[in-house]
Design a protein around this ligand. Structure first.
Ligand code: ZN
Length: 244
């Protein structure tokens, strides 16, 4: 086991593909791992419902991770709804706005989530905050940038007088590589079926679709298949299955 002071982690866990992969990453790396989710008045409650299903499946199928996976926390972040309007919380079609940002962007959302996560981590004695943000595939969100994460790490560490590490395992990889990472991590969970067991869990149980559709299962999982989130996930799957 590592001699690093950073042995206990809090994973920002939404129940999607990315945050589930981040959770697996944390479970291979840290002695104790807790999860936090945010209820911000999501238009589709299916996201929050899938969180506990994913957690249950991880505990059931991955003996090496069962002991490490600790408490799950859900924080009320509904205050976001009072200050912003976006396609994730209101019934609007997805579109790109005049400033080039998708209308699923909620200004300040990730900054607020990281602040709440750090406050919770402080109280729980966890020094690593794991976030599934990524600059590679979907660069529309300025609060997913590496510079934003580094600035937040510094601000939170100074402001709470506690050395936090913001760990972003997906920052520089694309969706195809995220599927491969899940396969590699899955091999370390002692599951029957090895890496494929984690792929199967992610395909079946994680939720990504902006439309909140579970729908028919495709090779890459459930979803409407048309929204940008589904298309990104499906395209990543296709590139992983058939690399050019
Ligand atoms: Zn969709």
């Amino acid at each position: 086991m590592t001699t690093s002071p950073h042995r206990f982690a809090l994973v920002l866990f939404s129940g999607g593909q990315d945050s589930t992969t981040c959770l697996a990453h944390a479970l291979t790396r840290f002695e104790r791992v807790e999860t936090v989710g945010f209820d911000y008045g999501q238009r589709h409650r299916v996201e929050l419902a899938q969180r506990s299903i994913v957690l249950r499946a991880l505990r059931a199928r991955f003996p090496a991770w069962r002991e490490r996976l600790g408490e799950d926390h859900v924080l009320d972040a509904s205050v976001m709804g009072q200050v912003s309007e976006c396609a994730l919380t209101r019934d609007m079609a997805f579109q790109i706005e005049a400033d080039g940002l998708p209308n699923t962007f909620v200004p300040g959302r990730n900054l607020l989530f990281l602040t709440l996560a750090a406050a919770l981590a402080y109280r729980r004695g966890l020094s690593v905050i794991v976030a599934g943000v990524c600059e590679t595939d979907f660069s529309g969100y300025p609060d997913c940038r590496d510079d934003t994460m580094k600035a937040m790490q510094l601000a939170l560490s100074l402001g709470m007088n506690r050395r936090f590490l913001i760990d972003t395992p997906l920052m520089w990889i694309d969706k195809a590589a995220t599927w491969q990472l899940a396969h590699t991590l899955g091999q370390q969970g002692d599951a029957e079926g090895g890496g494929q067991a984690l792929i199967e869990l992610i395909v079946e149980h994680t939720h990504t679709c902006y439309e909140g559709a579970r729908g028919q299962r495709q090779a890459w999982g459930h979803g409407c298949g048309r929204c940008p989130a589904c298309q990104l996930r499906a395209a990543g799957w296709a590139r992983w299955q058939h690399p050019r």
